[in-house]
Design a protein around this ligand. Sequence first.
Ligand code: GLU
Length: 316
Amino acid sequence: MSAGYIGRLAPSPTGALHLGNVRTFMVAWLRARSLGGRVILRIEDLDHPRDKPGAAAQAVEDLRWLGFDWDEECVQSGRLDLYRDAVRRLHEAGLAYPCVCSRRDVESAQSAPHAGEQLFYPGTCRGRFRTWTEAQAAKGSAPCWRFRVGDDAVVAFEDAFAGHYEADVARTLGDFPLARDEGGAGYTLAVVVDDLEMGVTEVVRGDDLLVATPAQILVARALGAKRELGYCHVPLVVGPDGLRLAKRHGDTRVAAYRGRGVSARRIVGFLAASCGWCEQGEEVSLADLVPRFALATIPRRPFAVAEPGAVTRIMV
Ligand code: GLU
């Protein structure tokens, strides 16, 4: 990793930015900046039913207010031609096929599959239809596109934080979905196409997406990636129940703290302390943290916010 480093922040506008997203974005941003690298902000707005109007603009505003900056910005919904072209190339190479199976399988193509949510698909539609139009006629509605996983598709990689990881994609996931319909794109396809096209060198994100990575590596290879991306999956912020921070744990939205007069330096300091980069209670800016950043001091366990209401009291 060096000055050629290109990282990205990839918020999904499915809800407001909260302490959990911010901590992960801090790691991603500081990792890039501490290596003299570039940062791309990519709004991942392909999850239509779950996307909230105004959430993307709010995320950008919250990130700027917290002190994040970036060198490039893009929105996935403006890049559908690229995803469509990737599917066409994969289909021509015999690595993607149309599938008429159930709605549930199709839905899973649309969201980032968080830990434990993977569906196995046994390849029922492999070799059944020559074209998407043929599958559409058989189904009477839009089929989805699936990736054809090789029979011995064991993928292994060294994660910069999580260490060695491997998965037998053929046995655990099977032929996973690429796109919900002819011109759309699911999470896996879109992130891979974008990371390759934008020259991203390392993906830093929450470790709930570790499980999604082997499929992404297979798609990248199938699209002719000349080099393997680096990965760095960091532990999430969780609530008292051990589940990742969500609305039910109380209001930890950046906008809510800001509305109560909590400063950006206080929020950044609170999360930086949880990563070992400053003392608890210290107020720091993101820029202050660049020389202090280290992956090694981040605890290996999730950061448990025992009582989110108490966090609010600490910060106000
Ligand atoms: N947009 C995805 C999410 O918010 C993250 C995707 C990624 O980092 O690859 O879950």
